[in-house]
Ligand binder design. Structure first.
Ligand code: API
Length: 324
């Protein structure tokens, strides 16, 4: 297969590195450059490292930009600015703000006559697709989402943006009792707090006000405020030793009754050793879909729910009908 889809990466953190690794496994795609706010010479990417200031010089060399920044501060700024010039795929994951972000991206992408697929990943992303399918095919039921136990990139990134924080991670812990109730078909009504708790491990700058950091975390809207949150302050050495890996996963479960009171349960489950690498791989597949949308003459913003599954694949529709 010829590598005919040309990808640019914006940002070279966990997701950027994951996209670089994932591209090796996508036979029709190639990485052209990584655009960075850092000094490009300091990046050890195998792709060409270029200052973000020069990104517009690459307009004719790139089919899709994969935006690898975080949702707390990078994407709200970079997304709408870059979508005015390039087709983009991003993993914007601040659930409550998605409608607003979509509007901004849609306006930019229409100006550019390009395609932006937003909020790509597993949640939002593959989990959203499963929620949409299951509530459509099993009406009159209840859908439940449980995450973890695992490391949430979105929440970890949000902690690291706080003044005085040097390093930080957040683990999402499902409340087992609630998960069991759901699985056994009890159909419980569960509040946000009854489904998950959040545990943070934070390394601070020497002079930092720990009390203030803890309060800033616990009261952060959407990310932490609705949950029972615990904050542990640890030293850098322990941090490096104990929090290297990024496991995550979770469940979308729908329970419903159909026909003559027959109980139906459907479950989609993920068990991930690397949250970042899985998310990155999803981003790359959706970059392929962005190219196909452009070939169809489409422009504007789309979410994963708007993308036909066949557009993710390198196979033709004929092949997919036959094989899958
Ligand atoms: C959580 C989930 C994780 C979603 C996955 C992805 C991430 O609270 O653990 O940030 O890792 N919302 N969006």
């Amino acid at each position: 297969m010829t590598k005919n889809i040309r990808i640019g990466l914006v940002g070279y953190g966990n997701i950027g590195k994951g996209v670089e690794l994932a591209l090796d496994k996508f036979p029709d795609m190639e990485g052209i450059a990584v655009f960075t706010r850092r000094n490009p010479e300091e990046l050890d990417s195998k792709f060409k490292a270029v200052s973000l200031d020069h990104i517009l010089d690459y307009k004719d060399q790139i089919d899709v930009l994969i935006l690898c920044g975080g949702s707390a501060t990078d994407l709200p700024e970079q997304g709408p600015a870059l979508a005015k010039h390039f087709s983009t795929v991003d993993s914007y994951d601040n659930h409550n703000n998605i409608p607003h972000y979509f509007k901004e991206m849609n306006t930019s992408a229409k100006i550019a006559n390009q395609v932006s697929i937003i909020s790509v990943g597993w949640d939002p992303g593959l989990f959203s697709i499963n929620r949409a399918i299951l509530e459509s095919v099993l009406p009159g039921g209840e859908t439940y989402t449980f995450w973890g136990k695992g490391l949430s990139q979105g929440h970890s990134d949000a902690i690291r943006r706080i003044d005085g924080v040097k390093a930080g991670v957040q683990y999402t812990i499902p409340i087992e009792k609630s998960l069991e109730q759901v699985r056994s078909g009890e159909n419980p009504e569960l509040s946000t707090r009854e489904k998950h708790e959040r545990v943070c491990y934070v390394v601070t700058e020497e002079q930092a006000d720990k009390k203030l950091i803890e309060k800033t975390i616990k009261t952060m809207p959407d990310y932490f405020e609705p949950y029972e949150t615990t904050v542990h302050f640890i030293n850098e050495e322990t941090f490096k030793k104990d929090h290297k890996k990024m496991p995550h996963g979770g469940f979308v479960i729908r329970t419903a009754t159909s026909g003559n009171e027959n109980k139906q349960k459907a479950e989609f489950q993920l068990e991930l050793e690397s949250n970042a690498e899985f998310t990155s791989s999803i981003l790359v597949a959706y970059a392929r879909a962005a190219v196909k949308f452009k070939q169809d003459g489409k422009a504007g913003a789309f979410s994963v729910l708007d993308v036909p599954p066949a557009y993710l694949s390198a196979k033709t529709s004929e092949q997919l009908r036959k094989e899958l």
